[in-house]
Ligand binder design. Structure first.
Ligand SMILES: Cc1cc2nc3c(=O)[nH]c(=O)nc-3n(C[C@H](O)[C@H](O)[C@H](O)COP(=O)(O)OP(=O)(O)OC[C@H]3O[C@@H](n4cnc5c(N)ncnc54)[C@H](O)[C@@H]3O)c2cc1C
Length: 365
């Protein structure tokens, strides 16, 4: 039978990041992944690291997002050094655009509390917007805000680099292997039953994303369900930064490509991309940036965000000793991977974390 200090179910960005952090602490770890690392939500994401441009209220969640964003510069450099994979981490900021006075005012109040908290936000009227992106943005826009500290990364390559760096430090990845159930010894979790046989470990981490509930023992349900998101890719366009409106976001990637997202659909695990979603995304993107009319349509894809009832992640220990949860990251799993793996690795390796996880505990539902 395979044994290790920790067994992790799920090789998405969350499972790979936890494996990498645990390996750096000297723990032995096995990751069980039914497909390939990054083939699900983590490879379908847009790659925005936007805690400021997406948070309307100050909260412990906002602090968690910001804390995680701050871990990216050194982590990205460390992973690029370790793996040679180019992550396209860029702190190019995020432009939030408003169509009317009410929306502009609402985000003005956001800018106020963020500036008071020490987070830079630039206010831009319609004229300043036009100067920032000459000839690109709709002349109907009322104004916007620029969050210069927000950033972006290539999500699939980030996940792949975490996987490769963890592997280089001794983590074993069982790919194409499905975890079927938790192994229980009395009321304690002791590893996983998998298609490749049992794995015994004193600590088990459920990082199975939108599938997290399928691993739960009967004593513990994990309230996570899939929220399909679709993305359209255009090329032959260059944008200086991520741009976000209430309807759509535009994320520039290398080779003059732009990813346009996204939908949030509760349709179960239905993988297709729909004509209606593609039409709406393209239409809203062109409304925001009329020059996109001439861009090249390259394709579309979708992924399943792990959504909880309150849209917050579930992090930490559970009433089942030895079982830890790291799931429910919904729209922010790429951004939250570094802080998630830090707290989970602390809990698993040291039995405690300095981070207050009460807002994210399993028992809140
Ligand atoms: C369209 C879209 C855009 C997004 N944009 C952003 C963004 O810009 N910024 C951001 O921060 N986040 C974004 N997200 C959210 C982010 O992608 C997710 O929150 C994150 O990828 C979740 O990571 P995960 O590792 O929990 O899940 P996943 O990446 O889905 O990984 C879970 C893994 O577990 C495996 N698995 C499941 N069950 C089993 C089992 N029984 N046995 C073995 N393996 C199993 C699956 O095969 C899968 O690989 C976006 C998501 C989508 C869909």
């Amino acid at each position: 039978m395979l044994t290790s200090d920790v067994v992790i179910c799920g090789g998405g960005v969350i499972g790979c990041s936890i494996a990498y952090d645990l390996a750096k602490r000297g723990a032995s770890a096995i990751v069980v992944e039914s497909r390939h690392p990054g083939e699900e939500a983590s490879g379908a994401a847009a790659g925005m690291l936007n805690p400021q441009a997406e948070s309307e209220e100050p909260s412990s969640f906002f602090r968690l997002l910001v804390e995680s964003r701050e871990l990216f510069p050194s982590l990205a450099a460390e992973l690029e050094d370790a793996t040679g994979i180019e992550l396209s981490y860029r702190k190019t900021g995020c432009l939030r655009l408003a169509w009317g006075a009410a929306e502009f005012g609402r985000w003005g109040r956001v800018a106020l509390w963020q500036r008071q908290g020490g987070f830079p936000v630039e206010t831009l009227d319609a004229g300043e917007l036009r100067r920032r992106a000459p000839g690109q943005l709709s002349t109907d826009l009322y104004g916007g805000y620029f969050f210069r500290d927000d950033a972006q990364i290539h999500p699939a390559r980030f996940t792949q680099a975490l996987w490769r760096a963890a592997e280089a430090r001794g983590v074993r990845f069982l790919l194409g292997t499905r975890a079927r159930a938790l192994r229980l010894s009395g009321s304690r979790a002791m590893g996983l039953e998998t298609d490749a046989g049992p794995i015994e470990a004193p600590a088990t981490v459920n990082a199975a994303g939108a599938w997290a509930d399928t691993l739960a023992p009967t004593v513990l349900t994990v309230p996570v369900r899939p929220a399909r998101g679709q993305i359209v890719e255009l090329s032959d366009v260059s944008l200086p930064s991520v741009s976000v409106s209430s309807d759509v976001y535009l994320v520039p990637h290398s080779e003059q490509r732009v990813w346009i997202g996204s939908t949030t659909e509760f349709v179960g695990f239905e993988r297709r991309q729909t004509a209606g979603a593609v039409r709406t995304l393209v239409q809203e993107a062109i409304r925001l940036m009329p020059t996109l009319e001439n861009a090249t349509f390259r394709g579309a894809w979708s992924g399943f965000r792990p959504a909880t009832p309150d849209a917050l992640p579930i992090l930490g220990e559970t009433p089942v000793p030895g079982l830890f949860l790291a799931t429910g990251h919904f729209r922010n799993g790429i951004l939250l991977a570094p802080i998630t793996s830090r707290v989970i690795a602390e809990l698993v390796a040291e039995g405690t974390t300095r981070k207050d996880l009460s807002a994210f505990r399993w028992g809140r539902f």
